[in-house]
Design a protein. Structure first.
Length: 94
């Protein structure tokens, strides 16, 4: 299954591939349970501000046909000393 929302993100091919794999596990759980794969409890994106973490997380959630707040918990943590932003998308409500 090709996820169309990730076409909005330029570059970051390895990260997009991982997020597409996780999205495929969530959308086809029976296939992966037969292989012994557990559904992940969440996804953590971290890095410097302005690198596209918010865009990637929004594309990830849209490809899963979910909305912010309803099925996902979206946390932001800014550390002023290191200027690193963390995003955690909880997948436990699926």
């Amino acid at each position: 299954m090709k996820f169309k929302e990730f076409e909005k993100v330029i570059g970051y091919e390895s990260i997009k591939t991982e997020l597409e794999r996780i999205a495929d596990i969530i959308t086809n759980p029976e296939k992966y349970r037969a292989l012994g794969v557990n559904t992940p409890g969440g996804v953590l994106l971290f890095g410097n501000p302005g690198l596209g973490k918010t865009l990637m997380s929004k594309c990830f959630i849209k490809d899963l046909r979910r909305t912010f707040g309803k099925n996902f918990n979206f946390f932001t943590q800014r550390k002023p000393k290191s200027f690193v932003t963390h995003y955690f998308i909880s997948l436990s409500t699926i």
